[in-house]
Design a binder for this molecule. Structure first.
Ligand code: FER
Length: 542
């Protein structure tokens, strides 16, 4: 019995659809191809799509000695394209094939061979063939019977990715009469269990897997496909699972992807205020990027800023820190004032290994009925889904379930009224956020210190989280106008079982750092961020 894996089904249908033997057209001479691009003597008319650049390269070739290299991609739809000219008929089916390979980024990546055309009014796109490709291996994107949509004009075809901006190479792009089986790369596609690369998982693969167990050099298309449970290595367990899959005992392979290891962090238990070096506020040689973004949320159209670290790679996952301004300030405050310039500080901290690369977002509670105390609503409903749908964080999707699941990779903090918003986020959004940094501002949840602390402790109890699942690093200056408000609240919190006071978050979950002599000003408060932020994102939340 032949079985297709659901994950690979889309890829497989493109190549393995039933083109019965009678339909096979044999092509030998290059003249029989309606289009044939080998890139042996030039780019064959291919161009970069979007911001991408293409150039022939002798470093890689599927066939012959050159291929087309595509780089400078700044979005997944940037790629390598060629116009089909007028010799193809709309409404008619053809056989398409292209070979693709990439060397950097994730272990596998979904590639598309796509057609772009105009229907007379709009530009349209249709996938010709798609495949999950294994890094470092040539793979064929082919469809022996793809119909150019009726009425299509200005037709071009291109190679793009589903996600990410990795460079890639393309070679031997061919179009022939419908049904033509165009030879291309064998294997190279991520189809768990397909060790013998024919697009199906069957007993041939089991034979390969058995050989591979006794001889790690035995031929197979890819050990990535052999590691059916994604444990990162091929082992007896994979062989057993493959046997069970082929015999129909199981319908899918379990996902044993290991959790990424948390780096051990050397906490100080009693962290003292320390200023960032003065040059940390000057431009850094390795600069991240600050991007202005507009979104339409539950409180109308707003702007926020997103700091992405130097060499930000949308293929990777980043921790994310939402940092809120104070009263009378706005979403620009953190990046574009002499007393903030926090992007430079982040750049230096990351370059010097004091902070893992992360995303920092500065939203605003200004406008449209939004205020510090209710911003937690907009954070949940609009800001997190908008930002994390666009930037690569640990949220697998923007569903509330996935945002919750990634809460130990999400922090929220703020200064003054931003601190007021932080305690509210703690109270109301603790299911979405694992780390909190209230700076120079108390909780506006009750009139007295005990009531404020109790309001937060009650929220913890309602959440059901244990004291290993939320972490608060609060700070203020001893001469800050907020100190007399925050300090008594902290004293009450210290008495409550929900809060275990230490800056060693491997032991406790709550800290309050007091900076001697400092007043209510970002010029001081930015140093609290310098001290506190490295303490975040080291706990598993288990
Ligand atoms: C405080 C919390 C917020 C505080 C001041 C503020 C003086 C904000 C004031 C403002 O923005 O006007 O604990 O202490």
């Amino acid at each position: 019995m032949k079985k297709l894996l659901s994950l690979a089904a889309a890829a497989v249908t493109a190549t393995a659809v039933a083109v019965g033997p009678s339909a096979v057209v044999s092509v030998n001479a290059a003249d029989d191809y309606l289009l044939s691009c080998s890139f042996e003597s030039g780019d064959d008319g291919w161009t970069g799509r979007g911001g991408a650049t293409v150039e022939t390269t002798p470093k890689e070739a599927f066939d012959g000695s050159n291929a087309l290299y595509c780089w400078n991609r700044s979005d997944s739809w940037n790629g390598a394209a060629v116009s089909l000219g007028s010799s193809f008929n709309a409404g008619q089916a053809y056989s398409f094939s292209a070979n693709v390979k990439y060397e950097y980024g994730k272990d596998t990546s979904l590639y598309h061979f796509t057609m772009q055309y105009s229907d007379g009014n709009d530009t349209k796109y249709e996938k010709i063939a798609s495949a999950n490709i294994i890094k470092g291996e040539w793979a064929q994107l082919a469809n022996p019977s793809f119909t150019i949509p009726a009425g299509a004009q200005d037709i071009s075809v291109y190679i793009e990715t589903e996600k990410g901006t990795s460079d890639f190479v393309v070679d031997d792009v061919k179009i022939a009469a419908e049904g033509t089986v165009i030879e291309g790369a064998k294997g190279g596609k991520y189809i768990p269990g397909d060790l013998y690369p024919d697009g199906v998982v069957d007993t041939f693969d089991l034979v390969c897997a058995r050989k591979l167990i006794v001889d790690s050099d035995a031929p197979t298309s890819s050990t990535v496909n052999a590691d059916v449970d994604k444990s990162t290595e091929f082992a007896v367990n994979d062989l057993v699972l493959l046997d069970e899959f082929i015999s129909g005992k199981i319908n899918e392979f379990p996902d044993n992807t290991p959790e990424p290891e948390l780096l051990p962090f050397d906490y100080e238990a009693n962290k003292q205020f320390k200023e960032a070096p003065g040059d940390y506020f000057n431009p850094c040689e390795q600069q991240g990027k600050v991007t202005q973004e507009n979104y339409n949320g539950i409180r109308g159209n707003k702007t926020l800023y997103v700091y992405t670290p130097y060499n930000y790679d949308p293929e990777k996952k980043y921790n994310i820190f939402y940092l809120m301004h104070g009263g009378g300030e706005n979403e620009k405050t953190l990046f574009f004032q002499d007393d903030t310039m926090i992007q430079n500080m982040l750049d230096h901290m990351i370059m010097n290994g004091e902070l893992e690369p992360l995303i920092v977002v500065t939203p605003t509670f200004n406008g449209n009925g939004s205020e510090a105390a209710n911003f937690y609503e907009e954070l949940r409903a609009s800001v997190i889904p908008f930002v994390e749908g666009k930037y690569s964080t640990y949220a697998e999707s923007t569903s509330e379930e996935d945002i919750r699941a990634s809460r130990m990779h999400r922090a929220y903090g703020g200064f003054s009224m931003g601190s007021v918003s932080t305690w509210q986020v703690f109270k109301n959004d603790i299911d979405l956020v694992g780390y909190f940094m209230p700076l120079s501002g108390d909780h506006w949840g009750a009139n007295d210190a005990y009531g404020k602390a109790k309001d937060l402790a009650d929220a913890v109890d309602r959440s059901g989280f244990t004291d290993r699942q939320y972490f608060v690093f609060a700070a203020t200056g001893s001469d800050d106008i907020a100190y007399p408000n925050v300090n008594p609240q902290v004293d009450e919190m210290k008495k409550m079982s929900q809060f275990k006071f230490t800056s060693d978050f491997s032991e406790g979950n709550f800290y309050f750092m007091v900076a001697p002599g400092k007043t209510h000003w970002w010029g001081y408060v930015r140093h609290y961020v310098y001290d506190a932020l490295p303490y975040f994102f080291h706990e598993s939340g288990e």
